[in-house]
Write a protein that binds this ligand. Structure first.
Ligand code: HEC
Length: 135
């Protein structure tokens, strides 16, 4: 059984358009990771981390900078979450105030070499609004 050529052509065009319409998997993963990092940046700002570690984790009077963490092999994701959950010598534990997902988002933020920059907090009322507007 043979099809007229134009049907075959239409078929090929349809297949190509379907492929173009569906974004490749790696783009989806990339944007998902960026969304995680951004959510982490907002949590870092709003959960009090920035109060000690400075905005953008560049360091403050009370705590060291966390910007070198992505290059430091010692700071595995497990160890970073452990520090967040249990605190340290002068750092309070956050196990009671953060969900597992939030901890994972902060870890993603701290491990990002190019950290997303978020605007300074305008107060607690804006926290949920900012989180809602995430891509
Ligand atoms: C009260 C101040 C304070 C707050 C709030 C705070 N930290 Fe810390 N953090 C410290 C200090 C001080 C250290 C240094 C080691 C220690 O004392 O535990 C530290 C260490 C760390 C480290 C290990 C880095 C290193 O080189 O030692 C990580 C990761 C970290 N903090 C993440 C966070 C995150 C994420 C938050 C928010 C959920 C947070 N911190 C909130 C004070 C604070």
């Amino acid at each position: 059984m043979t099809f007229p050529r134009r049907f075959i052509f239409a078929y090929l065009v349809t297949i190509s358009l379907m492929y173009l319409a569906a974004p490749p998997a790696h783009a989806w993963w990339g944007s998902k990771r960026k969304a995680e990092q951004k959510a982490g940046a907002l949590l870092f700002r709003d959960k009090g981390c920035a109060h000690c570690h400075g905005a953008g984790a560049v360091g403050g009077k009370k705590a060291p900078a966390l910007t070198t963490l992505p290059k430091d092999k010692k700071w595995t994701p497990a160890r970073i979450s452990d520090q967040i959950l249990n605190g340290g010598q002068k750092m309070p534990p956050f196990a009671d105030s953060l969900t597992d997902q939030q901890v994972a988002q902060i870890v993603a933020y701290l491990r990002a070499r190019h950290k997303p920059v978020v605007p300074p907090s305008a107060g607690p009322a804006n926290v949920s609004a900012a989180a809602m507007s995430l891509p």
